[in-house]
Design a protein around this ligand. Sequence first.
Ligand SMILES: Nc1ncnc2c1ncn2[C@@H]1O[C@H](COP(=O)(O)OP(=O)(O)OP(=O)(O)O)[C@@H](O)[C@H]1O
Length: 257
Amino acid sequence: MLELREIYKYYNPGTVNEMCLFNNFNFKVDDGEFVAVVGSNGSGKTSMLNIICGSIPIDEGAVLINGTNITNMPEYKRMGRIGRVFQNPSMGTCPSMTILENMAMAENKGKAYNLGKGVNKKREEAYRELLRPLNLGLEDKLHVKVGALSGGQRQAMSLLMSTMTPLDFLILDEHTAALDPKTAEINMHLTDQIVREKKLTSIMVTHNLRYAIEYGTRIVMMHQGKVILDKKGEEKKNMNVDDVLDLFNEISIECGN
Ligand SMILES: Nc1ncnc2c1ncn2[C@@H]1O[C@H](COP(=O)(O)OP(=O)(O)OP(=O)(O)O)[C@@H](O)[C@H]1O
C-alpha cells in the first residue's frame, strides 16, 4: 500500500510567489488498484506523482510504502521499484542506443554495472517475444536505434521497458497525451494488458476522461491541491464520462474559466 500522509508542499517559499499547493494532503492507494487521476490544469497531479517518486521534496508529512517511511529515500533508490512513463516519449528511452541495448538496460535496472557486456546475446530471443505482442514490428528491428522510431513506438517501448523488472508501482503521467488518437488507443490498450498481466498497482494521470472511466478501477479528481472526487467499486462502475464532465464544468465555473 502507498500512503501520502499529511503532506504540505510549498512552491517558491519565502518569496512573493510563495504558493501552498498541498495543505495537509492525504492519499492512499491499495495494492492492485488502477487509479485514474483527472483534474484541472495546475490542480497538483504531476506534483503528487513527483512526491511519490521523490523527484521533489516535501515540506511536511510522510510517504510510506507498505508501512515503511520512504520520505527521505532518494529518487534513484525509489525508482528501483517504481516504473514511470512520461508524456514525452523521448523521456523513457535512449535514442542513440538500439532497441536491443535499451531493453538490456531496462532489464538490468538496479543492478550494479561493471566491465561485463551490457547486452546478453542469449536474451535477444526473449526480447523479440516481448516485443511481438505490440504488433508494431519492433521484434524485427532489434538493431535499429530507438531515435529512428515514431513517438508511438517509443512510448510503447517506454511502457514495456518500465515494466521489465518487478515493481511496487507503475506511474503513468499523461502517457498517451502526445500521441495521435489511434496510437494513443494502442498504447492505452497495451497499458491495460500489461497492468492486468503483471497485476501492477498503477496510478495514471490523464486528461482523457474516457480512459479514466474505462480503464481505472478507481477514479480520483483533483482540484487546487485537493481530492474532490474519489470513487471505486460499484460507485465507480455506475459513473460515466458525462458525470465526470459535469463535475469538471462545475469546478471550471467556480474558477471563472
Ligand atoms: N517547480 C515549480 N515551481 C513553482 N511552481 C510549480 C512548480 N511545479 C508546479 N508548480 C505549480 O504547482 C501547481 C500544480 O502544478 P502541477 O504541474 O502539479 O499540476 P497538474 O495538475 O499536473 O497540471 P497539468 O494538468 O497542467 O499538468 C501549479 O500552480 C504550478 O504552477
